[in-house]
Write a protein that binds this ligand. Sequence first.
Ligand SMILES: C[S@@+](CC[C@H](N)C(=O)[O-])C[C@H]1O[C@@H](n2cnc3c(N)ncnc32)[C@H](O)[C@@H]1O
Length: 435
Amino acid sequence: MDFNDVETLGDLVRNPWDVGILFTLRSKGSLRYTELGAELTAWSGRRPSDSALTRSLKRLDHHGLVTIDEDGSDRPRYMITPPGTRRVDQLGRVIGALHRTSARPSTQRTVPAAHVTMAPRQRSAASCPDSASAAVAQRPMSQPVTILPDSTTPGATAQTSLRSGQDRESNVVAPTGIDTSKAHPARRYDYWLGGKDNFAADRAAGDAIAAAFPTVRLACLENRAFLKRAVEFVVRDCGIRQILDIGTGIPTSPNTHEIAQAIDPSSKVVYVDNDPIVLTHARALLVSASPGSTAYIDADVRSPDRILNDPQLRQTLDFREPIALMMIAVLHFIPDAELPVRQLVQALPTGSYVAVTHVATDLVNPEVAAKLEAASQGSGIDTYGRDRSQVAGFFQGLELIEPGVVPITEWRDERSEPRPDPYDIGIWGAVGRLL
Ligand SMILES: C[S@@+](CC[C@H](N)C(=O)[O-])C[C@H]1O[C@@H](n2cnc3c(N)ncnc32)[C@H](O)[C@@H]1O
Protein backbone atom coordinates (compact mmCIF):
# COMPACT_ATOMS: atom_id res chain seq x y z
CA MET A 1 0.00 0.00 0.00
CA ASP A 2 1.47 3.38 -0.86
CA PHE A 3 0.83 6.86 0.55
CA ASN A 4 -1.72 7.70 -2.14
CA ASP A 5 -3.77 4.74 -1.01
CA VAL A 6 -3.61 5.88 2.59
CA GLU A 7 -4.74 9.34 1.56
CA THR A 8 -7.58 7.84 -0.41
CA LEU A 9 -8.67 5.74 2.50
CA GLY A 10 -8.44 8.73 4.81
CA ASP A 11 -10.62 10.75 2.46
CA LEU A 12 -13.17 8.07 2.14
CA VAL A 13 -13.63 6.94 5.69
CA ARG A 14 -14.13 10.42 7.01
CA ASN A 15 -17.72 10.09 5.98
CA PRO A 16 -19.10 6.57 5.77
CA TRP A 17 -22.17 7.68 3.82
CA ASP A 18 -19.88 9.00 1.06
CA VAL A 19 -18.33 5.57 0.80
CA GLY A 20 -21.72 3.87 0.93
CA ILE A 21 -23.11 6.11 -1.81
CA LEU A 22 -20.14 5.49 -4.08
CA PHE A 23 -20.30 1.74 -3.66
CA THR A 24 -24.06 1.70 -4.06
CA LEU A 25 -24.02 3.71 -7.28
CA ARG A 26 -21.07 1.66 -8.57
CA SER A 27 -23.03 -1.49 -7.98
CA LYS A 28 -26.58 -0.45 -8.86
CA GLY A 29 -26.14 2.13 -11.59
CA SER A 30 -28.14 5.36 -11.53
CA LEU A 31 -30.65 5.75 -8.71
CA ARG A 32 -33.21 8.32 -7.66
CA TYR A 33 -32.79 9.92 -4.26
CA THR A 34 -35.39 7.71 -2.56
CA GLU A 35 -34.00 4.54 -4.17
CA LEU A 36 -30.52 5.48 -3.00
CA GLY A 37 -31.80 6.08 0.54
CA ALA A 38 -33.51 2.69 0.53
CA GLU A 39 -30.39 0.91 -0.71
CA LEU A 40 -28.25 2.59 1.94
CA THR A 41 -30.74 1.68 4.65
CA ALA A 42 -30.83 -1.96 3.55
CA TRP A 43 -27.06 -2.08 3.36
CA SER A 44 -26.17 -0.36 6.60
CA GLY A 45 -29.16 -1.21 8.76
CA ARG A 46 -29.51 2.53 9.47
CA ARG A 47 -31.49 5.09 7.61
CA PRO A 48 -29.36 8.09 6.62
CA SER A 49 -31.04 11.36 7.56
CA ASP A 50 -32.07 13.50 4.61
CA SER A 51 -29.59 16.16 5.63
CA ALA A 52 -26.72 13.64 5.86
CA LEU A 53 -27.60 12.14 2.50
CA THR A 54 -27.98 15.52 0.83
CA ARG A 55 -24.68 16.76 2.29
CA SER A 56 -22.87 13.65 1.08
CA LEU A 57 -24.34 13.91 -2.39
CA LYS A 58 -23.39 17.57 -2.63
CA ARG A 59 -19.87 16.82 -1.45
CA LEU A 60 -19.44 13.96 -3.93
CA ASP A 61 -20.89 16.10 -6.72
CA HIS A 62 -18.55 18.95 -5.78
CA HIS A 63 -15.57 16.58 -6.02
CA GLY A 64 -16.77 15.23 -9.36
CA LEU A 65 -17.30 11.72 -8.01
CA VAL A 66 -21.06 11.65 -8.50
CA THR A 67 -23.16 13.39 -11.09
CA ILE A 68 -26.82 14.10 -11.62
CA ASP A 69 -28.76 12.94 -14.64
CA GLU A 70 -31.74 15.27 -14.96
CA ASP A 71 -33.40 12.88 -17.45
CA GLY A 72 -36.11 15.39 -18.17
CA SER A 73 -38.18 14.58 -15.10
CA ASP A 74 -38.35 16.47 -11.84
CA ARG A 75 -36.71 13.60 -10.02
CA PRO A 76 -33.01 13.48 -10.90
CA ARG A 77 -31.02 10.29 -10.92
CA TYR A 78 -27.62 10.08 -9.28
CA MET A 79 -24.77 8.33 -11.05
CA ILE A 80 -21.15 7.62 -10.25
CA THR A 81 -18.65 9.34 -12.56
CA PRO A 82 -15.53 7.72 -14.03
CA PRO A 83 -13.37 9.44 -11.33
CA GLY A 84 -15.83 8.11 -8.73
CA THR A 85 -15.47 4.63 -10.16
CA ARG A 86 -11.70 4.97 -10.01
CA ARG A 87 -12.00 6.04 -6.37
CA VAL A 88 -14.05 2.96 -5.55
CA ASP A 89 -11.52 0.78 -7.30
CA GLN A 90 -8.74 2.46 -5.35
CA LEU A 91 -10.54 1.70 -2.15
CA GLY A 92 -10.83 -1.90 -3.30
CA ARG A 93 -7.08 -1.90 -3.69
CA VAL A 94 -6.65 -0.49 -0.23
CA ILE A 95 -8.90 -3.13 1.21
CA GLY A 96 -6.92 -5.76 -0.66
CA ALA A 97 -3.72 -4.30 0.73
CA LEU A 98 -5.11 -4.31 4.23
CA HIS A 99 -6.13 -7.92 3.81
CA ARG A 100 -2.52 -8.62 3.17
CA THR A 101 -1.30 -6.64 6.12
CA SER A 102 -1.36 -7.82 9.68
CA ALA A 103 -4.65 -7.23 11.42
CA ARG A 104 -5.13 -3.80 12.89
CA PRO A 105 -8.08 -3.75 15.21
CA SER A 106 -8.49 -0.02 14.90
CA THR A 107 -9.32 -0.30 11.22
CA GLN A 108 -11.44 -3.34 11.52
CA ARG A 109 -14.82 -1.73 11.40
CA THR A 110 -14.43 1.51 9.66
CA VAL A 111 -15.16 1.00 6.03
CA PRO A 112 -18.65 0.03 5.10
CA ALA A 113 -17.44 -1.09 1.77
CA ALA A 114 -20.05 -2.53 -0.38
CA HIS A 115 -17.46 -4.87 -0.57
CA VAL A 116 -15.18 -4.68 -3.20
CA THR A 117 -13.41 -7.74 -3.54
CA MET A 118 -10.80 -6.91 -5.82
CA ALA A 119 -11.81 -9.43 -7.98
CA PRO A 120 -13.03 -8.28 -11.08
CA ARG A 121 -9.67 -9.50 -10.57
CA GLN A 122 -7.88 -8.01 -13.59
CA ARG A 123 -7.50 -7.77 -17.42
CA SER A 124 -5.51 -7.34 -21.50
CA ALA A 125 -3.92 -9.04 -24.21
CA ALA A 126 -1.47 -11.26 -22.69
CA SER A 127 -3.30 -10.73 -19.67
CA CYS A 128 -6.60 -11.73 -18.98
CA PRO A 129 -9.41 -11.97 -17.17
CA ASP A 130 -7.10 -14.07 -15.65
CA SER A 131 -4.18 -12.81 -16.99
CA ALA A 132 -5.19 -9.44 -17.08
CA SER A 133 -6.14 -7.93 -13.97
CA ALA A 134 -8.77 -7.54 -11.79
CA ALA A 135 -11.73 -5.84 -11.06
CA VAL A 136 -13.43 -4.97 -8.04
CA ALA A 137 -15.94 -7.66 -7.68
CA GLN A 138 -18.88 -6.49 -5.81
CA ARG A 139 -20.36 -8.72 -3.25
CA PRO A 140 -23.88 -8.40 -1.94
CA MET A 141 -24.44 -5.13 -0.18
CA SER A 142 -26.79 -6.35 2.45
CA GLN A 143 -24.22 -6.23 5.23
CA PRO A 144 -21.60 -3.80 6.41
CA VAL A 145 -18.19 -4.83 5.35
CA THR A 146 -15.13 -5.13 7.48
CA ILE A 147 -11.74 -4.45 6.11
CA LEU A 148 -10.25 -7.55 7.59
CA PRO A 149 -10.88 -10.96 6.10
CA ASP A 150 -14.45 -11.74 6.91
CA SER A 151 -16.21 -14.92 7.73
CA THR A 152 -19.04 -14.27 5.29
CA THR A 153 -16.90 -14.88 2.27
CA PRO A 154 -17.81 -18.10 0.54
CA GLY A 155 -15.09 -20.61 1.12
CA ALA A 156 -13.84 -19.07 4.33
CA THR A 157 -14.79 -22.19 6.19
CA ALA A 158 -13.02 -24.38 3.73
CA GLN A 159 -9.92 -22.30 4.12
CA THR A 160 -9.75 -22.48 7.84
CA SER A 161 -10.63 -26.11 8.05
CA LEU A 162 -7.94 -27.23 5.65
CA ARG A 163 -4.85 -25.83 7.21
CA SER A 164 -1.49 -26.66 5.85
CA GLY A 165 0.51 -23.51 5.30
CA GLN A 166 0.05 -19.86 6.01
CA ASP A 167 0.75 -16.92 3.76
CA ARG A 168 2.97 -14.67 5.81
CA GLU A 169 1.80 -11.48 4.21
CA SER A 170 -1.91 -12.07 3.99
CA ASN A 171 -2.59 -14.41 6.89
CA VAL A 172 -4.48 -16.60 4.46
CA VAL A 173 -4.19 -20.28 5.21
CA ALA A 174 -3.51 -22.48 2.22
CA PRO A 175 -5.66 -25.56 1.93
CA THR A 176 -3.80 -28.83 2.01
CA GLY A 177 -2.49 -29.93 -1.34
CA ILE A 178 -2.17 -26.46 -2.77
CA ASP A 179 1.23 -25.42 -4.00
CA THR A 180 1.49 -21.79 -3.02
CA SER A 181 5.02 -21.43 -4.38
CA LYS A 182 3.76 -21.07 -7.96
CA ALA A 183 1.24 -18.64 -9.39
CA HIS A 184 -2.07 -20.13 -10.48
CA PRO A 185 -4.64 -18.60 -12.82
CA ALA A 186 -7.58 -18.73 -10.40
CA ARG A 187 -5.61 -17.18 -7.53
CA ARG A 188 -4.00 -14.50 -9.70
CA TYR A 189 -7.44 -13.59 -10.99
CA ASP A 190 -8.64 -13.50 -7.39
CA TYR A 191 -5.81 -11.11 -6.57
CA TRP A 192 -6.68 -8.82 -9.45
CA LEU A 193 -10.28 -8.84 -8.34
CA GLY A 194 -9.29 -7.90 -4.80
CA GLY A 195 -10.01 -11.28 -3.24
CA LYS A 196 -8.04 -12.83 -0.42
CA ASP A 197 -7.53 -16.34 -1.77
CA ASN A 198 -4.11 -15.65 -3.20
CA PHE A 199 -0.49 -16.01 -2.17
CA ALA A 200 2.81 -14.23 -2.70
CA ALA A 201 3.56 -15.97 -6.01
CA ASP A 202 0.10 -15.09 -7.37
CA ARG A 203 0.47 -11.47 -6.32
CA ALA A 204 3.95 -11.20 -7.82
CA ALA A 205 2.68 -12.62 -11.11
CA GLY A 206 -0.35 -10.33 -10.98
CA ASP A 207 1.76 -7.25 -10.22
CA ALA A 208 4.11 -8.02 -13.10
CA ILE A 209 1.20 -8.14 -15.54
CA ALA A 210 -0.34 -5.01 -14.00
CA ALA A 211 2.96 -3.17 -14.44
CA ALA A 212 2.83 -3.94 -18.16
CA PHE A 213 -0.91 -3.52 -18.47
CA PRO A 214 -2.20 -1.21 -15.73
CA THR A 215 -5.85 -1.66 -16.61
CA VAL A 216 -5.82 -5.39 -16.02
CA ARG A 217 -8.06 -5.05 -12.96
CA LEU A 218 -10.61 -3.12 -14.94
CA ALA A 219 -10.43 -5.81 -17.60
CA CYS A 220 -11.26 -8.44 -15.01
CA LEU A 221 -14.25 -6.46 -13.82
CA GLU A 222 -15.43 -6.03 -17.38
CA ASN A 223 -15.00 -9.74 -17.90
CA ARG A 224 -17.22 -10.43 -14.89
CA ALA A 225 -19.75 -7.96 -16.26
CA PHE A 226 -19.77 -9.79 -19.61
CA LEU A 227 -20.34 -13.08 -17.82
CA LYS A 228 -23.34 -11.59 -16.04
CA ARG A 229 -24.82 -10.16 -19.24
CA ALA A 230 -24.29 -13.42 -21.11
CA VAL A 231 -25.97 -15.51 -18.41
CA GLU A 232 -28.86 -13.06 -18.22
CA PHE A 233 -29.18 -13.17 -22.00
CA VAL A 234 -29.36 -16.95 -22.30
CA VAL A 235 -31.67 -17.40 -19.31
CA ARG A 236 -33.94 -14.39 -19.66
CA ASP A 237 -34.02 -13.93 -23.43
CA CYS A 238 -33.42 -17.46 -24.69
CA GLY A 239 -35.17 -19.58 -22.08
CA ILE A 240 -32.07 -21.61 -21.16
CA ARG A 241 -32.27 -23.29 -17.76
CA GLN A 242 -29.10 -25.42 -17.84
CA ILE A 243 -25.56 -24.07 -17.77
CA LEU A 244 -22.18 -25.77 -17.96
CA ASP A 245 -19.63 -23.25 -16.67
CA ILE A 246 -16.07 -24.44 -17.38
CA GLY A 247 -13.22 -22.47 -15.78
CA THR A 248 -15.35 -21.37 -12.88
CA GLY A 249 -12.83 -19.45 -10.81
CA ILE A 250 -12.97 -18.80 -7.09
CA PRO A 251 -16.54 -17.81 -6.21
CA THR A 252 -17.19 -14.16 -6.87
CA SER A 253 -20.61 -12.70 -6.38
CA PRO A 254 -22.73 -12.90 -8.35
CA ASN A 255 -21.79 -16.41 -9.36
CA THR A 256 -23.30 -17.97 -12.47
CA HIS A 257 -25.99 -19.91 -10.60
CA GLU A 258 -26.96 -16.82 -8.61
CA ILE A 259 -27.45 -14.83 -11.82
CA ALA A 260 -29.46 -17.60 -13.48
CA GLN A 261 -31.53 -18.49 -10.43
CA ALA A 262 -32.40 -14.85 -9.80
CA ILE A 263 -34.23 -15.06 -13.14
CA ASP A 264 -35.53 -18.60 -12.80
CA PRO A 265 -34.92 -20.46 -9.54
CA SER A 266 -35.19 -23.79 -11.34
CA SER A 267 -31.96 -23.12 -13.27
CA LYS A 268 -29.28 -25.79 -13.00
CA VAL A 269 -25.56 -25.08 -13.17
CA VAL A 270 -22.60 -27.47 -13.37
CA TYR A 271 -19.24 -25.86 -12.59
CA VAL A 272 -15.92 -27.28 -13.79
CA ASP A 273 -12.42 -26.17 -12.83
CA ASN A 274 -9.06 -27.86 -12.42
CA ASP A 275 -7.59 -25.66 -9.70
CA PRO A 276 -7.58 -27.30 -6.26
CA ILE A 277 -8.32 -23.99 -4.58
CA VAL A 278 -11.57 -23.72 -6.53
CA LEU A 279 -12.41 -27.21 -5.31
CA THR A 280 -12.11 -26.02 -1.72
CA HIS A 281 -14.83 -23.50 -2.52
CA ALA A 282 -17.10 -26.04 -4.17
CA ARG A 283 -19.35 -26.07 -1.16
CA ALA A 284 -20.09 -22.40 -1.64
CA LEU A 285 -20.81 -23.01 -5.31
CA LEU A 286 -23.16 -25.83 -4.47
CA VAL A 287 -25.49 -23.68 -2.44
CA SER A 288 -28.58 -23.58 -4.56
CA ALA A 289 -32.15 -23.12 -3.54
CA SER A 290 -34.60 -25.76 -4.71
CA PRO A 291 -35.92 -26.29 -7.39
CA GLY A 292 -32.61 -25.35 -9.02
CA SER A 293 -29.41 -27.24 -8.43
CA THR A 294 -25.67 -26.97 -8.88
CA ALA A 295 -22.81 -29.44 -9.09
CA TYR A 296 -19.04 -29.12 -9.18
CA ILE A 297 -16.64 -31.25 -11.21
CA ASP A 298 -12.92 -31.15 -10.53
CA ALA A 299 -11.63 -31.62 -14.08
CA ASP A 300 -9.46 -30.18 -16.80
CA VAL A 301 -11.14 -28.56 -19.79
CA ARG A 302 -8.60 -30.38 -21.95
CA SER A 303 -10.38 -33.63 -21.06
CA PRO A 304 -13.83 -33.04 -22.54
CA ASP A 305 -14.74 -36.74 -22.43
CA ARG A 306 -14.05 -36.86 -18.73
CA ILE A 307 -16.32 -33.84 -18.21
CA LEU A 308 -19.08 -35.02 -20.51
CA ASN A 309 -19.22 -38.48 -18.93
CA ASP A 310 -19.09 -37.32 -15.36
CA PRO A 311 -22.04 -38.82 -13.46
CA GLN A 312 -22.69 -35.52 -11.67
CA LEU A 313 -22.98 -33.72 -14.98
CA ARG A 314 -25.41 -36.30 -16.30
CA GLN A 315 -27.45 -36.23 -13.09
CA THR A 316 -27.73 -32.47 -13.11
CA LEU A 317 -28.12 -31.56 -16.78
CA ASP A 318 -30.53 -33.12 -19.25
CA PHE A 319 -28.74 -33.37 -22.59
CA ARG A 320 -32.07 -33.61 -24.41
CA GLU A 321 -32.69 -29.96 -23.53
CA PRO A 322 -30.60 -26.93 -24.58
CA ILE A 323 -27.59 -26.05 -22.46
CA ALA A 324 -25.47 -22.91 -22.28
CA LEU A 325 -21.77 -23.76 -22.33
CA MET A 326 -19.78 -20.93 -20.73
CA MET A 327 -16.01 -20.77 -21.23
CA ILE A 328 -15.28 -17.36 -19.82
CA ALA A 329 -11.62 -16.40 -19.66
CA VAL A 330 -10.39 -19.96 -19.72
CA LEU A 331 -9.52 -20.92 -23.31
CA HIS A 332 -6.48 -18.64 -23.39
CA PHE A 333 -4.81 -21.06 -20.98
CA ILE A 334 -5.08 -23.83 -23.55
CA PRO A 335 -2.68 -24.32 -26.48
CA ASP A 336 -4.20 -24.90 -29.93
CA ALA A 337 -3.46 -28.62 -29.97
CA GLU A 338 -5.46 -29.19 -26.80
CA LEU A 339 -8.47 -26.96 -27.42
CA PRO A 340 -11.63 -28.89 -26.48
CA VAL A 341 -14.23 -26.60 -28.04
CA ARG A 342 -15.28 -28.78 -30.95
CA GLN A 343 -15.84 -31.87 -28.81
CA LEU A 344 -17.78 -29.99 -26.18
CA VAL A 345 -19.98 -28.23 -28.72
CA GLN A 346 -20.69 -31.46 -30.60
CA ALA A 347 -22.10 -32.98 -27.41
CA LEU A 348 -24.67 -30.21 -26.98
CA PRO A 349 -28.25 -30.49 -28.22
CA THR A 350 -29.67 -28.17 -30.88
CA GLY A 351 -30.72 -24.81 -29.50
CA SER A 352 -27.82 -24.73 -27.05
CA TYR A 353 -25.62 -21.66 -26.61
CA VAL A 354 -21.86 -21.15 -26.26
CA ALA A 355 -20.36 -18.08 -24.56
CA VAL A 356 -16.65 -17.30 -24.70
CA THR A 357 -14.36 -14.51 -23.59
CA HIS A 358 -10.72 -14.62 -24.57
CA VAL A 359 -7.56 -12.55 -24.19
CA ALA A 360 -6.97 -10.71 -27.48
CA THR A 361 -3.67 -10.38 -29.30
CA ASP A 362 -5.15 -7.77 -31.64
CA LEU A 363 -6.64 -5.47 -29.01
CA VAL A 364 -3.35 -4.41 -27.55
CA ASN A 365 -0.74 -1.86 -28.52
CA PRO A 366 2.50 -3.46 -29.78
CA GLU A 367 4.67 -1.98 -27.03
CA VAL A 368 2.26 -3.17 -24.36
CA ALA A 369 2.13 -6.59 -26.04
CA ALA A 370 5.90 -6.95 -25.78
CA LYS A 371 5.90 -6.04 -22.09
CA LEU A 372 2.99 -8.36 -21.44
CA GLU A 373 4.71 -11.19 -23.20
CA ALA A 374 7.77 -10.77 -20.98
CA ALA A 375 5.69 -10.50 -17.80
CA SER A 376 3.60 -13.48 -18.79
CA GLN A 377 6.62 -15.65 -19.49
CA GLY A 378 8.09 -14.87 -16.11
CA SER A 379 4.87 -15.66 -14.31
CA GLY A 380 4.82 -19.39 -14.84
CA ILE A 381 1.27 -19.18 -16.20
CA ASP A 382 1.20 -19.92 -19.92
CA THR A 383 -1.24 -17.71 -21.75
CA TYR A 384 -2.23 -18.15 -25.39
CA GLY A 385 -3.81 -14.93 -26.60
CA ARG A 386 -5.75 -15.17 -29.85
CA ASP A 387 -6.98 -12.71 -32.43
CA ARG A 388 -10.55 -12.01 -33.45
CA SER A 389 -10.63 -14.52 -36.30
CA GLN A 390 -9.27 -17.27 -34.06
CA VAL A 391 -11.93 -16.53 -31.45
CA ALA A 392 -14.56 -16.49 -34.22
CA GLY A 393 -13.30 -19.97 -35.15
CA PHE A 394 -14.68 -21.30 -31.84
CA PHE A 395 -18.15 -20.50 -33.21
CA GLN A 396 -17.79 -22.37 -36.48
CA GLY A 397 -21.09 -24.06 -37.25
CA LEU A 398 -22.93 -21.90 -34.74
CA GLU A 399 -25.08 -18.88 -35.38
CA LEU A 400 -23.32 -15.88 -33.87
CA ILE A 401 -25.65 -13.81 -31.74
CA GLU A 402 -25.56 -10.09 -32.53
CA PRO A 403 -23.23 -8.18 -32.26
CA GLY A 404 -20.88 -11.10 -32.98
CA VAL A 405 -17.27 -11.31 -31.79
CA VAL A 406 -16.62 -7.91 -30.25
CA PRO A 407 -14.64 -6.29 -27.43
CA ILE A 408 -16.48 -7.50 -24.34
CA THR A 409 -17.58 -4.00 -23.39
CA GLU A 410 -19.50 -3.81 -26.66
CA TRP A 411 -21.48 -7.00 -26.19
CA ARG A 412 -25.04 -6.01 -25.34
CA ASP A 413 -23.84 -3.48 -22.83
CA GLU A 414 -26.40 -0.78 -22.25
CA ARG A 415 -24.58 1.32 -19.70
CA SER A 416 -25.11 5.03 -20.09
CA GLU A 417 -21.63 6.18 -19.08
CA PRO A 418 -18.70 5.95 -21.50
CA ARG A 419 -17.27 2.47 -21.91
CA PRO A 420 -13.60 1.72 -21.40
CA ASP A 421 -11.37 1.74 -24.45
CA PRO A 422 -11.26 -1.84 -25.87
CA TYR A 423 -7.44 -1.59 -25.80
CA ASP A 424 -7.61 -1.06 -22.04
CA ILE A 425 -9.51 -4.32 -21.72
CA GLY A 426 -8.03 -6.52 -24.45
CA ILE A 427 -10.66 -9.24 -24.41
CA TRP A 428 -12.92 -10.59 -27.17
CA GLY A 429 -16.32 -11.95 -26.28
CA ALA A 430 -19.17 -13.60 -28.13
CA VAL A 431 -22.19 -15.85 -27.77
CA GLY A 432 -23.30 -18.36 -30.40
CA ARG A 433 -26.31 -20.60 -30.88
CA LEU A 434 -26.21 -24.18 -32.04
CA LEU A 435 -28.59 -24.63 -34.97
C1 LIG B 1 -9.49 -16.09 -15.25
S1 LIG B 1 -10.32 -17.30 -14.35
C2 LIG B 1 -11.96 -17.04 -14.98
C3 LIG B 1 -13.03 -17.37 -13.96
C4 LIG B 1 -14.43 -17.10 -14.46
N1 LIG B 1 -14.77 -17.91 -15.61
C5 LIG B 1 -14.57 -15.64 -14.82
O1 LIG B 1 -14.51 -15.32 -15.99
O2 LIG B 1 -14.74 -14.81 -13.92
C6 LIG B 1 -9.83 -18.75 -15.20
C7 LIG B 1 -10.28 -20.02 -14.53
O3 LIG B 1 -10.03 -21.10 -15.43
C8 LIG B 1 -9.48 -22.16 -14.70
N2 LIG B 1 -8.66 -22.99 -15.60
C9 LIG B 1 -7.47 -22.66 -16.16
N3 LIG B 1 -7.03 -23.68 -16.90
C10 LIG B 1 -7.95 -24.67 -16.79
C11 LIG B 1 -8.05 -25.99 -17.31
N4 LIG B 1 -7.09 -26.49 -18.08
N5 LIG B 1 -9.13 -26.73 -16.98
C12 LIG B 1 -10.11 -26.22 -16.17
N6 LIG B 1 -10.06 -24.99 -15.65
C13 LIG B 1 -9.00 -24.22 -15.95
C14 LIG B 1 -8.65 -21.52 -13.62
O4 LIG B 1 -8.44 -22.38 -12.54
C15 LIG B 1 -9.52 -20.34 -13.25
O5 LIG B 1 -10.41 -20.67 -12.23
